[in-house]
Write a protein that binds this ligand. Structure first.
Ligand code: SF4
Length: 373
């Protein structure tokens, strides 16, 4: 399905529809994104924010969407909530939430789905909560929008939710304004607001970025605990790989609006198969190494209006010499390199190229087993 409004945005021929879909080992699929493309008009031409993106979110699992600013992480998930201005956005592809198509859905449908089936926790709780209304009242209002209950019942539910997210004295706190809460408590209140209607899917967009480190850990633990309690699917948008390792089951790495690597988090972080993922991991600071040894990925993400030819990562990639012209002229397909593992790269043997030590260890273990047997 597609929706296009009064601005005609020139679009190039659609890339082949990705056919690979990860079969995650557990949990019903609650969100299925297929071949999603999102573009915005600009004076210089269409901004290709998301291109041919496919992924799934499953109940009881956390999917981390990772990438630098401008990689399309937030834009793709905002589509799930129908938050783009339809008059200024071109959207094509399909986003199915619990069996209902979101792309092209009416505002009435989106109002029914938001909060009841999908909710979002934004990065900055200070600007997400309304400063003029009491915290409990804002949570109660979200509950009233989807339940035929009295105000007293909704207020009681708000207090229960504040209690559930670990806010002390929830009765008293419910009657306070957002500015009377600390940053960590405001984010807890936002999580309470997100979960008040027990949605199937919670999208957390950089939920810990504005918080100090100790509070970050508490909020991540809270999200994990609540996911177990509610059994919901969680999509975590972040650029922090330490957070990804801590809480996610599956990972989708995005670069310049496209998926470049997908798989189980433990596999991808242990043995990245795409040069961009490898670069992100290499650039992590280590407590045991001198700060001078930090390895940044050279260059900067490209303009989404004027994307590089071929592989969008080629101007920054240290491995393109191993491939040659294809990196500059052909967009790599998202291809399967192992069960449940997809990458978008022309490297013929990414596992051996990027993880030579791990491959060597595998071989020595195999030889050892062969010798022993
Ligand atoms: Fe690097 Fe080429 Fe792979 Fe792109 S396709 S990530 S430029 S090796």
């Amino acid at each position: 399905m597609s929706m296009e409004f009064d601005e005609v945005v020139p679009v190039e021929a659609a890339a082949p529809r990705p056919v690979d879909v990860i079969e995650a080992p557990m949990g019903d699929v609650v969100l299925k994104v297929e071949d999603l493309t999102v573009r915005f008009p600009s004076d210089e031409g269409p901004v290709k924010a998301v291109q041919n993106l496919s992924y799934e979110a499953r109940l009881g699992r956390t999917l981390a969407i990772v990438g630098e600013s401008g990689s399309g992480k937030s834009v793709s998930t905002m589509t799930v909530l129908g938050l783009h201005n339809p008059a200024r956005t071109f959207i094509s592809g399909s986003v199915i939430l619990d069996g209902e198509e979101i792309v092209g859905a009416s505002q009435a449908t989106m109002r029914r789905l938001r909060s009841a089936k999908v909710a979002m926790v934004f990065q900055d709780p200070q600007s997400s909560l309304h400063p003029f209304y009491k915290v409990g009242g804002q949570i109660a209002e979200a509950y009233l929008a989807h339940h035929r209950v009295s105000k007293a019942v909704a207020n009681k539910r708000a207090v229960e939710m504040l209690d559930l997210v670990g806010i002390p004295n929830p009765d008293r706190r419910a009657k306070q304004f957002p500015h009377e809460f600390s940053g960590g408590m405001r984010q807890r209140a936002m999580i309470a607001l997100g979960l008040v209607n027990d949605p199937l899917l919670l999208i957390a967009d950089e939920p810990t970025t504005a918080l100090d480190v100790t509070v970050q850990a508490q909020i991540l633990d809270l999200i994990k605990d609540l996911q177990k309690k509610f059994g919901s699917a969680v999509i975590l948008i972040t650029h922090d790989l330490a957070v990804v390792a801590e809480v996610s089951d599956d990972i989708l790495v995005m670069y310049a609006g496209r998926a470049v690597e997908r798989g189980l988090t433990k596999d991808v972080l242990a043995r990245p198969n795409h040069p961009y993922t490898w670069g992100l991991l290499e650039s992590l600071p280590s407590a045991s190494e001198n700060l001078d040894s930090l390895k940044a990925i050279k260059g900067a993400p490209p303009s989404l209006v004027h994307l590089p030819s071929g592989c969008s990562f080629h101007p920054r990639c240290a491995y393109q010499d191993l491939v040659g012209d294809a990196c500059l002229s052909q967009l790599p397909e998202l291809r399967s390199v192992a069960p449940g593992r997809l990458i978008r790269c022309h490297l013929p043997d990414p596992e051996r190229t990027l993880n030579p030590d791990a491959v060597l260890n595998d071989h020595s273990e195999t030889s050892h087993q062969e010798i022993s047997s």
